[in-house]
Design a protein around this ligand. Sequence first.
Ligand SMILES: N[C@@H](CCC[C@H](N)C(=O)O)C(=O)O
Length: 278
Amino acid sequence: MNFTKMQGLGNDFIVLSGHQKLPENAAELAVRYCDRHFGIGADGMVYLLPSEQADYMMRIINSDGSEAEQCGNAIRCAAKYIYDHGMINQARTSLVIETIGAGSQPVQLTVENGEVTKVRVDMGAPILNGLQVPTTVDANPVVAHPVEVEGREFRFTAVSMGNPHCVIFVEDAVQMDLFAWGPKLEHHELFPRRINVEFVTVKSRDYADMRVWERGAGPTLACGTGACATLVAGVLNDRMDRKGTVSLKGGDLLIEWDESDNHVYMTGPAATVFKGTL
Ligand SMILES: N[C@@H](CCC[C@H](N)C(=O)O)C(=O)O
């Protein structure tokens, strides 16, 4: 089976097409092939499947075998893969990709000299109702809510972009010990489906540093949905404006939360690393 290894800001994926549906052993395959020593190495495995309502459906399996409802960096990679593999007419630079958690999402490609250089995704409306994110907090929105881990209190803002995020503003996100806090927050009882954890330092109203501990994948170099959640949380906490750069370990994403349609738009790169055969 042919695969393509891709990355968006260093958040990397094994991308597969040609399946009619998700294989029954998708969890086991993800654990095996995402392993960086015994497998190909990736944060997740992405399947491009037929869709009845969009050009393609994307399903993403984290490296621990759990399925995520959505993935911002993967959807940009998926769009580039679809274009590069001629899975849509090459005259088209826009397409729609269905996800299981965030519905069908319109994607706009920037193509220069035949190369996809940038991908802009309409990530839809953020979900801010605490119970729907889900958290156990019955509030809408959940802003600066306390969560205690080993005697330390953090304040989180809950945002779902199809998948759940808890955004925590800190003095210096870049220096946060992700291994110390990430797993405990991911599995905290406040979060019934576990959670992605973003530590954020706002540098100005249109720029923030963010570091992420991902549900099911641990510390990754970037998280697209996490960057969207970060800007939304920045606005809700009156720390950021509706358009800004979220700077991740693997690079920057431009995030816009449009007041007119309430949708979040993410713009960033996607790249092929190598191709191989399993
Ligand atoms: N890296 C992703 C998010 C991938 C899924 C996440 N780990 C989850 O379980 O929700 C992104 O770029 O959004």
